[in-house]
Design a binder for this molecule. Structure first.
Ligand SMILES: Nc1ncnc2c1ncn2[C@@H]1O[C@H](COP(=O)(O)OP(=O)(O)OP(=O)(O)O)[C@@H](O)[C@H]1O
Ligand SMILES: N[C@@H](CCO)C(=O)O
Length: 303
């Protein structure tokens, strides 16, 4: 019996004004070990994961099934062991990591040999937007755009010259709820103003001018002004992170976690300071993960 281990990094979406488009893979992981079995069984080994109810309701199973069905394949049953240090519904892409794991599970068990583009298309369809899933699939800093014809273009940059400090409060905020507070429409003037901020922030990111990127990402007009009231200590965390040396702080994904952009080698100091100011938070220094989903060994080559 062959075992296969799928590892998927967490991700932080939006990075300020890159709403639904930009994501960064960060150094927290979902690990899924699959084995052939007579029937579907999930085991959770993580304080972050609730007990498994019906395996057929599991997001990993549903993502795998959707993938198999898309390619007219039959999905064989598996025993699935799930380990994770990604907290749920905190803004660190837990759902995206599970979706990517499910797609890869089907890719391996059904020997689909999916391309990156095919995985991204299914993941985006399931998640609804490409930001977290693209980062979890490919690693690094990723900008992705689903065009009006349905095609998805993406750009990736990997850079270890930055660190990230995440301040994770002890409560969940479901993405669906955090999307409810956003406006359905922007005027042309508002859209132009918001995209002008995005343009300069991501130009700064790509050119490695993190000081400018961090300062200007705090000027997002797409979602931060509407979600700030859902995030306790939003202004205080921004202020304290900056006073400890961070370039800037934004909501991670849909929140409630905040993520501070910090220069190389400064993350632990900023994290220690923020922990002293916000003792009820889990504060961690993370790196950009340079690779996305990984499989060891690929079942398709061994079974
Ligand atoms: N490893 C997992 N296994 C099964 N289901 C998961 C797993 N991780 C996340 N989920 C599902 O996804 C839900 C969280 O998704 P949600 O989009 O609200 O938050 P998030 O992905 O953690 O944050 P964000 O999208 O803002 O980065 C969980 O409540 C659970 O239903
Ligand atoms: N772009 C998404 C990320 C969370 O899934 C949002 O902000 O709602």
């Amino acid at each position: 019996m062959n075992k296969c281990v799928i590892t998927v990094p967490a991700s932080s979406a939006n990075v300020g004004p890159g709403f639904d488009s930009v994501g960064i893979a960060v150094s927290k992981y979902l690990t899924v070990t699959i084995e052939e079995a007579d029937q579907w069984k999930f085991e959770h080994h993580s304080i972050h994961l609730p007990p498994v109810a019906n395996p057929h309701d599991h997001l990993i199973y549903q993502s795998a099934l959707k993938t198999a069905e898309t390619y007219h394949a039959s999905l064989p049953a598996c025993k699935v062991l799930v380990e994770s240090d990604i907290p749920l519904a905190r803004g660190l892409g837990s759902s995206a990591s599970a979706i990517v794991a499910g797609i890869e599970l089907a890719n391996q068990r059904c020997r689909l040999l999916l391309s990156d583009q095919e995985k991204l298309a299914i993941a985006t369809e399931i998640e609804g937007h490409p930001d977290n899933v693209a980062a979890s699939l490919f690693g690094g800093f990723v900008i992705a755009s689903q065009l009006t014809n349905g095609e998805i273009e993406w750009f990736q940059k990997v850079d270890q010259q930055v660190e990230f400090v995440v301040s994770i409060p002890d409560f969940e905020l479901k993405t669906d709820d955090a999307r409810q507070v956003l406006p359905e429409q922007f005027t042309r003037h508002e859209a132009a103003a918001a995209s002008s901020v995005a343009n300069i922030v991501f130009a700064a990111f790509i050119s490695g001018d993190y000081e400018r990127a961090g300062k200007l990402m705090e000027q997002d007009l797409f979602h931060e002004p509407y979600r700030a009231r859902l995030i306790p200590n939003y202004d205080q965390i921004r202020f304290e992170a900056k006073s400890a040396g961070a370039y800037g702080t934004v909501i991670s994904g849909a929140g409630p976690t905040t993520i501070s952009l910090v220069g190389k080698g400064k993350g632990e100091k900023v994290a220690t300071y923020l922990k002293s100011k916000f003792p009820d938070y889990t504060v961690e220094c993370l790196n950009m993960t340079s690779v996305g989903v990984q499989v060891h060994p690929a079942l398709s080559s061994t079974t």
